[in-house]
Design a protein around this ligand. Sequence first.
Ligand code: PMP
Length: 406
Amino acid sequence: MSTTIQDAHPVLTTRPDFARRAKAFEASPWAEAWDLVSSHPDPIYFGNGAPAREAQPLDRLREAGARAWTEADGILDYGEVEGYRPLRELIAGRMARREMLVDPDEIMITNGSQQGIDMVARLMLDPGDQIVVEGPAYIGAMQTFDAYEASYVVAPIDEDGLDVAALDRMLSATGARPKLIYTVPTFQNPTGITMTRARREALLALARERGILVLEDDPYGELYYGDAPPQPLRALDPSVVYLGSFSKTIAPGIRVGWTVAPRHLMDLLLMAKEGADIHTGRVVTRTVFHTADGFLDDHIATLRDLYRQRRDALLLGLERHLPPGTVWSCPGGGFFVWVQLPAGLDADVLLPIAAAHGVAYLPGSWFYPAGHKEHSGLRLSFSSLPIDRIEEGTRRLGQAIAAVMG
Ligand code: PMP
């Protein structure tokens, strides 16, 4: 994230009447790495964290959409802020199967889970309030927290997930009093790492002791390629605010996700949602309901097969082509592998060299808040690349690293 909005729009520095929060806005970095590699005659881009386009259930969505348009009188009137009740019931049923007991009235349909992050931040954060994020953390969440002028406590991650003991020490040593812990405990973006059950329990105990609200973001929890992951935090503690999404299991462009919160918070979140966009589109939420109903389990099984093969191809390619001293995560699900470069190498410096070899990725430094950057890691996404491209991409990445190592 090298371009701030002030660079892109100098008017911000000359016009003092913009909100202070606008100074934290940054141009989205997604395109930056692609721009570097796109001039190569045969580019391979590991930066795209989106689901495979060929796995979008278009025919099913078309049928469901036709049904949604025709079925309900008044579907184009304003409707329920919380969203279409049958969809909320369907979500509650699916969550119950993962041992999360949730009343449909504790569910709010949102414009993607991204909006859930925004609504919770809107409810919780005053300028300067502290929030715990994982280091590294999902960029999009930090874009939102930045807009509310949060300040960050960055908790380290190891192969067992967020290092709760380190966070506890950090909070005690600094006297920090965060209001919120934002975590992606399962197949984390960007590392692919899953928090162990013991760590989950420890995190919830820390949050209880210190009076911190936990925000669990779980867009990948159903996309596992071997054993099911440990129970979500929400299954262990009903005070956790939980975010779900249909972006990865149906399609991201439909923009439908959901937020689960205890009733006393939900009333306020609904007021925040009403102030943001009144409600999520009524045709699209019915379309998602008709798509998911009686179909989503089989579809997810297909997705698991597809992504398992891609993940395996990536892990095999890394094994074959990356030099000794490079280590990487072995995710049990989700879309991402995190690569830690050999000592002394910087993923930001490597990126243009990799791009010259025809491969690009997202440098790890982009996944840390300002002032907390680390440069030795990078994120590879395997979700949207065919197996032969993954294999070739890892070969090129290995060549680029070798070139930098001399
Ligand atoms: N949280 C995480 C961890 C994500 O990876 C993403 C998508 N990249 C989102 C939230 C946003 O997803 P949605 O499309 O549901 O808004």
